[in-house]
Design a protein around this ligand. Structure first.
Ligand SMILES: NC(=O)c1ccc[n+]([C@@H]2O[C@H](COP(=O)([O-])OP(=O)(O)OC[C@H]3O[C@@H](n4cnc5c(N)ncnc54)[C@H](OP(=O)(O)O)[C@@H]3O)[C@@H](O)[C@H]2O)c1
Length: 330
């Protein structure tokens, strides 16, 4: 990143050449194939300051998929696929103990950056923390992103009525016709508050909130008495310097609504169960997942900012040139 800012634009990013350190014992040199364009990265991008960058040298640091080229670790060999946290670079040196080996059977391997990474696990955990039960109505914002789409499908399987919120008619159609939501409200169309009220005539028991004030404010009047809000994310606010405003804040008090913030880091003991269940769902074909892939390192800034603004379905990924050449030896 070039400078400190609260509202990111493509001009705030630059590509630079850096030298990699020598490969040490227990490490691997890997070629990066794909980056996950995750909303939470905005925070480290915005708080970078020239003298004290958030990630050591100011390079963006996120979840990525890579192919091992050279190994000085007994657990990994050239050709192996790995996923983990690393810099947005074409090549990176990883400590073998800190990366996840991606099994041959995982198809496509990019699932390790989407449904089988923090995004899918968050959806699974969020429903559990919200204590959603059959027969309840759940409202899910950013319904066609990875978190929202997985949460919606799992909520349907658990017997809930599922109402999504998404940007645009095509995304809403996708939520209903492909992901199986009962209804989806287009927040770009007129009167989202009225649309939500029509879609939830018996009220919303659980709000699975991924967006923030614009979405919450529209859905609050439809909440049931003692409804629950699972505060998962604030995507509308990550790249904005405008204060969050609410017209319907009083509903929180008068309907005795509870707000529970979600942090997957607080549920480390459940993550392997969540990952296993999601893996089984994908293997059985009972969970739909979407990916939107943008090619080319130079397109990373615009792809990232487009993701925040709502371009694309499901997991937004940046593929580095040459990633398709990956072939497992033998
Ligand atoms: N708590 C945790 O531990 C945890 C872990 C992982 C992720 N999260 C959070 O979960 C949320 C979803 O993550 P994701 O990776 O699946 O991202 P995502 O839903 O793919 O991307 C964010 C989406 O938010 C929607 N959005 C942005 N501004 C909006 C606005 N003003 N009004 C309505 N919608 C708006 C856009 O979709 P539309 O086109 O539909 O508008 C955008 O594509 C994020 O907030 C993320 O930070 C939390």
């Amino acid at each position: 990143m070039k400078r400190r800012t609260t509202v990111l634009t493509s001009d705030d990013y630059q590509i630079a050449e850096v030298d990699l350190p020598a490969l040490g014992e227990g490490q691997v040199l890997a070629r990066v194939l794909m980056f996950a364009l995750d909303p939470y990265l905005s925070r480290s991008m915005q708080t970078w300051v020239g003298e004290t960058p958030a990630w050591g040298d100011g390079t963006i640091h996120g979840r990525l998929l890579a192919e091992v080229l050279e190994s000085q670790a007994s657990s990994l060999k050239p050709g192996d696929l790995i996923a983990g946290l690393g810099r947005w670079q074409e090549y990176e040196i990883f400590d073998a103990r800190r990366v996840q080996y991606i099994d041959d059977g995982l198809t496509p391997p990019s699932l390790a950056l989407g449904v089988l990474s923090g995004s899918g696990l968050t959806a699974w955990l969020g429903l559990r923390v919200a204590e959603l039960v059959a027969g309840e109505t759940i409202f899910i914002s950013a319904a066609t992103g990875t978190v929202g789409s997985v949460a919606g499908q799992l909520a349907k399987q658990r017997g809930a009525r599922v109402i999504g919120l998404a940007g645009g008619e095509a995304k809403c159609r996708h939520a209903v016709e492909v992901l199986g939501f009962d209804a989806c409200v287009d927040h770009r169309a007129a009167d989202p508050e009225g649309q939500i009220a029509s879609a939830a005539p018996d009220g919303i028991d659980v709000m699975f909130e991924n967006v923030g004030a614009p979405s919450m404010d529209a859905a609050l009047p439809s909440m049931t008495f003692r409804g629950r809000i699972l505060l998962c994310g604030l995507a509308a606010h990550y790249n904005s310097d405008r204060p969050a405003t609410f017209r319907n804040l009083a509903v929180l008090l008068f309907k005795q609504i509870s707000v529970t913030p979600l942090a997957i880091s607080a549920h480390a003991g459940l993550l392997s169960q969540a990952r296993r269940e999601l893996y089984d769902e994908i293997a059985a074909g009972s969970l739909v997942y979407d990916e939107t892939v943008v090619d080319g390192f130079e397109n990373a800034p615009s792809a990232y900012l487009d993701m925040l603004a709502g371009v694309g379905l499901g997991k937004r990924l940046l593929r580095i040139a040459g990633a398709d050449e990956h072939r497992r030896p033998g």
